[in-house]
Every structure is written in structure tokens, then in C-alpha cells.
Design a protein around this ligand. Structure first.
Ligand code: ARG
Length: 583
């Protein structure tokens, strides 16, 4: 569907032309004086310079040419502004179209296009910690937004499953259980199907090994060697690696599921490994990769760089492939298998230089074709309530599960205390409210900025919070349920000024989503629904809905609330949460 601003701009341009002026002066904007009008056009002021006459004269002539049915106010005011208010009929027609069109008439900008969203970034064998919250939440929201605009979307968790943590676990395991067949280089039989450790063993083994690495140089060296041998394909190590994957992935999946974050692909750095040798050879052959101090590097500096951009290191002097190498090889795989129009990476902004380097290398070498856009959305840090980095009481990194559990316990206490629901419904209602609190608390901030995690504030039922949005939805749902079947009711002209404000807010759905998409900013969706929920609540507060005696008027108000509810529900679905039945 065409956006309202485009429709009224076109009408204005036609009016300029009909009045004998250049159509290009007819650009309409949202009013910066909402007390006077809803939309405005300042084109007469610029036109006056070209036509050497008074702006007001032009404005008046243009107003004459506009269709009065479209506006409840259309006037030329000094020195030459054109002020507009839309008519109820215009809004009624527009909203009725939105109501009946698929996805509220949002234009499918991504039809026929494919985007890969690389987010999550979990590392196998290490528990998810609070640093993994933002990429999961933001990535999921953006992926859903792209899908809504018609893109074929592929979310890939890109597991860290090929690095030193694997070598550390292997080495530590060898110290503890040297008799296991995995460590015997001469062993040729099958390895046990049962893993030699449990999830809780792993959760203890990894931190122990990681601590040992820092104090024991010999241990660290052996872990490096083990990592390298794993990558080279040593049988016993690959078998341990497979056990780690089998144990770790279901656990990661369980936590992502609890966040309503779902990946289409569970590929990892290890899946890029087979592409590395040919890629390196090719980059060498074509002169992109060069030797430097024993390492193989891809220089990516550009003459216009203001800051030094160091070369991308492909192979370290010890022969190990590293982060940049697996990321480039992953691009080879993605281009080959999915040929995407865009790859979007959501990670901490401290990785910005890494992505700048690999994007340059990928485009320059043709690993990624020039038309395929590469974007890195670097998110800011989530800090504690005091603005300081989030730490556990003993100074460690907080596990993501603990954070989710804290939020859930806090919300659950409210649900129980306020007797929102009872018995078997408590868990489901609690989970929905807690998720909304967590996700909205994050997504309502500009992704690139840091923010402070404030459990009480995020979980509040009033204010700019997830629960407030849910509460608004639940409230409309209960009115609609009391009314009876409402889904087929057509939109009518606004019954009062608050209804009109609500209708105008609804028309801004498509532009808000499109801005969020174009600037990778789910916070714009939050701002939009916060405004929309405010309009709903004001309208509902001051207008008798179920008590209205005029059945026709009542049906019109119900239809409007129904549309507002559907838009709010769709919006929160894009943000990655959903509303309970009661609150
Ligand atoms: N596993 C990485 C980390 O913990 C994040 C991976 C992000 N994605 C990527 N393609 N580099 O930092």
C-alpha cells in the first residue's frame, strides 16, 4: 500500500501543477506544529523565489486546487504555509484498506531477495553469558522484520566450535582420564557412543582448563597443539569434539528457545573449515594474500583511511587458521549455498574493526560479489543498574540463564501477588511477561548504545516497558471478547478527536517499520508501539466503548480497537515476544 505521506504529497504536487507551478514544490511533511495541523507543505515558500511573487499567493492558488473531501482543514497561512488535517473519510478509507490487505498493506520490499542474519554467536562448551543476550535479541528482531518485508531470511548462529576452547577441554580431559581411547594415537577401533563427560562435567572442565592455561605455559602449549591437531583431523580429537557438540548444542538450543530465539541454521566455524585450503590457495594465487613476518595476511588498507586498518591475518605463524579466516571461509560457503543479497552480522561493537577488515577482503577478492551488501551492526554493552559492567557478586561473568531466572522470579512474584492468573497458567503468563520485559528493555534502546539493565523498571506495568505494551493488548482483547465477533467489522470515520489521533498513529505503522529496517533499529518499532499504545489508552479512557448505545458507533469504535490490537500484536511478534491472555 502506498504510504499516506506519499499519497498526500502526490495530491499536493498535482495541485501545484494545476495551479501552474512546478509539481516538485508539493512535498508534504508531518507537521512540526501538531497544535495547528497534522501535515504541512512549505513548497510555496521556495516556489515564490522561482516565480517572483508572494508565497501566500501561491499557497492560496494551490489550496484552491486540492480536493476538499480529503481534508477537514486545508488552509494557506502567512507567510505561505499550507496546513492540512485529514478528513475522517480519508482516514476511514485508508485504514479499511490496511485492515483488509495482507500484513496491513506493508510493501514487500524484499520479495525475491535473500538475507543471511548472523547472530547469537554462542560458543560451544562455554555457557551463554549476559554478553550473548543482545546479539540474540536484536538479531532475532531484525530477522523477523526482514521476513515481514518479504525477504527470504536465513538466521545462522555461527557457533564458536573450532577454537582454543576445544583444545583446552581435550587437554584437560587427557590429564584427568589419560586411559581413554581418544588419546591413544594407535587406536583404530570405534570410539564409545557414550560421551566420557556430562553437561555439568563440561561446565566444570572448561573453566578449570581456562584458568590453568593462564598459569601453566606447558598446558597452554599442549592445548594449542590439541586445537591444531583437531583442526587437522586427528580422529580421537574429532570424536571428543563430536561428544562436546552433542552435549552442548541441545543446551544452547534450550536457552535460545526460552528467549524465543530460533535459528534456521546451526552452522559453526567448523563448517567453514573445509573451505579454507582452497580459499587460501586462491587468495595466494591471485596475489591478495601475502607473507608477512611468517604469517599470511591480506592487506586491506585504503588511501582514504583516517585510522590505520591493519591487514587481515589469514594464517598465523604457527599455522593455525583464525577468526578472520573462518569468517571469510563462511562467506564462501554462504555465497555458494545461498547466494544472498545481504549478510547482516549482529555482534558487540568492539568487533567493528574485524568486520571492516573481512568485508574489505571479501569484496575486494570477489569472495562476496559487489552487489551483496555486507553490514555489521555493532551493539553496545548492557551494564548493571549502576552503569558499571555487569558482574556476579563474586566478580564473575553472569550466566544468561541466571539473568533470565532472576527476571522470571521477579515477574512471577507479581503474577502471584496480583492474582493475575492461577494454577497451571502462572508459568506461561510469567514467561510471556518476563520475556517482554527483558526484550523490550533491550530493544527500546538504540542498538549501538550502551544501556543499564534495571529489572524493576523493565518489569513495571507502567511506563515505556514491555509489560505496559502487553497490558494494553490484553485490555483491548478483553473488550473485544466482551463485544463478541468483531473481526469482520469495517472501519468507520473517527467518532471523536482521540479516535482520530489513534487512526493517524495506525497509519504510521508502515513508515515506522520501514525506518527500523533501513537503519537496523528495532528501537523505532518500540517507539512506534509506545506511541500507539498511548493513543489506544487515551481513546479507551475517554470514550465509552461497550457502554455506547448507538450500535453503529459502537461497532466503529470496536473495529478501530481491533485493528490497533492486531497492529500491536504484529509489532511485538516482530520484536520477538507475545501477549498472555490475562494480566
Ligand atoms: N563466537 C563469537 C564471539 O563469541 C561471535 C561470532 C559472531 N559472528 C561471526 N560471524 N563472527 O565473539
Amino acid at each position: 500500500m502506498e504510504k499516506i505521506l506519499d499519497i498526500i504529497t502526490e495530491k499536493m504536487q498535482r495541485a501545484f501543477a494545476d495551479a501552474g507551478y512546478d509539481a516538485s514544490f508539493g512535498r508534504v511533511t508531518v507537521s512540526n506544529r501538531p497544535d495547528l495541523c497534522e501535515y504541512q507543505c512549505n513548497g510555496a515558500l521556495s516556489a515564490a523565489k522561482q516565480y517572483h511573487c508572494a508565497p501566500i499567493q501561491i499557497a492560496k492558488a494551490v489550496v484552491e486546487k486540492l480536493d476538499a473531501n480529503d481534508y477537514s482543514l486545508v488552509e494557506a497561512v502567512m507567510p505561505g504555509f499550507i496546513n492540512l488535517k485529514l478528513s475522517g473519510l480519508f482516514l476511514q478509507n485508508y485504514l479499511e484498506q490496511m485492515r483488509t490487505a495482507p500484513d496491513f498493506g506493508v510493501e514487500k520490499l524484499g520479495a525475491g531477495k535473500t538475507i543471511v542474519v548472523d547472530y547469537g554467536g554462542a560458543n560451544v562448551a562455554k555457557p551463554l553469558h549476559i554478553g550473548h543476550l543482545r546479539p540474540a535479541i536484536i538479531g532475532e528482531a531484525l530477522k523477523r522484520l526482514y521476513a515481514f518485508f518479504g525477504y527470504n531470511t536465513i538466521g545462522d548462529v555461527h557457533l564458536g566450535d573450532w577454537g582454543l576452547q576445544m583444545g583446552l577441554i581435550i587437554t584437560e580431559l587427557q590429564e584427568r582420564q589419560p586411559e581413554l581411547p581418544y588419546f591413544d594415537p594407535d587406536y583404530t577401533g570405534d570410539y564409545p557412543a557414550e560421551p566420557p563427560f556430562t553437561l555439568s562435567d563440561l561446565e566444570e572442565i572448561y573453566p578449570a582448563a581456562s584458568a590453568k592455561k593462564k598459569v601453566d605455559q606447558d598446558f597452554a602449549a599442549r592445548a594449542h597443539t590439541a586445537t591444531f591437531e583437531l583442526q587437522l583431523g586427528r580422529r580421537g580429537y574429532r570424536a571428543i569434539w563430536q561428544h562436546i557438540m552433542n552435549i552442548s548444542i541441545p543446551d544452547l538450543r534450550r536457552i535460545y528457545d526460552s528467549l524465543d530465539v530460533h535459528f534456521e541454521k546451526w552452522l559453526g566455524e567448523s563448517d567453514a573449515d573445509p573451505y579454507i585450503p582452497a580459499m587460501i590457495q586462491d587468495l595466494k594465487d591471485r596475489g591478495f594474500a601475502v607473507e608477512s613476518e611468517g604469517a599470511l595476511v591480506f592487506p586491506v588498507a585504503e588511501a582514504t583511511d583516517k585510522k590505520e586498518v591493519p591487514p587481515c591475518i589469514l594464517v598465523k605463524s604457527d599455522g593455525a587458521a583464525i577468526y578472520a579466516t573462518t569468517d571469510l571461509a563462511t562467506m564462501v560457503q554462504r555465497m555458494q549455498d545461498w547466494n544472498p543479497d545481504k549478510i547482516l552480522y549482529v555482534t558487540d561493537k568492539r568487533q567493528a574493526l574485524h568486520f571492516e577488515q573481512i568485508f574489505r577482503a571479501a569484496h575486494r577478492s570477489g569472495i562476496v560479489k559487489p552487489e551483496t551488501e555486507l553490514e555489521h551492526l555493532g551493539h553496545g554493552t548492557m551494564n548493571g543498574k549502576d552503569g558499571k559492567p555487569f558482574k556476579t557478586r563474586d566478580g564473575g561473568v553472569l550466566r544468561l540463564e541466571t539473568l533470565i531466572a532472576d527476571m522470571t522470579a521477579f515477574v512471577r512474584a507479581k503474577v502471584v501477588e496480583n492474582r493475575i492468573v492461577a494454577g497451571s497458567e502462572i508459568d506461561d503468563t510469567t514467561a510471556k511477561i518476563a520475556l517482554a520485559a527483558l526484550k523490550y528493555g533491550d530493544l527500546s534502546n538504540q542498538p549501538t548504545k550502551d544501556y543499564n539493565f534495571d529489572l524493576e523498571r523493565f518489569a513495571a506495568f507502567e511506563g515505556n516497558t514491555g509489560p505496559y505494551i502487553l497490558y494494553t493488548i490484553v485490555r483491548i482483547k478483553s473488550i473485544l471478547a466482551k463485544y463478541g465477533p468483531w473481526e469482520q467489522l469495517p472501519i468507520q470515520e473517527p467518532s471523536n478527536a482521540l479516535a482520530k489521533d489513534l487512526m493517524i498513529a495506525i497509519t504510521k505503522f508502515d513508515p515506522a517499520l520501514e525506518s527500523a529496517l533501513k537503519s537496523s533499529a528495532p528501537n523505532l518499532i518500540c517507539a512506534y508501539i509506545y506511541d500507539l499504545a498511548g493513543c489506544v489508552n487515551k481513546f479507551y479512557h475517554d470514550t465509552p466503548i461497550l457502554k455506547e448505545e448507538d450500535e453503529n458507533l459502537k461497532a466503529g469504535n470496536i473495529a478501530l480497537l481491533g485493528l490497533a490490537k492486531n497492529i500491536l500484536e504484529t509489532s511485538i511478534h516482530l520484536l520477538g515476544f507475545s501477549a498472555p491472555e490475562k494480566m
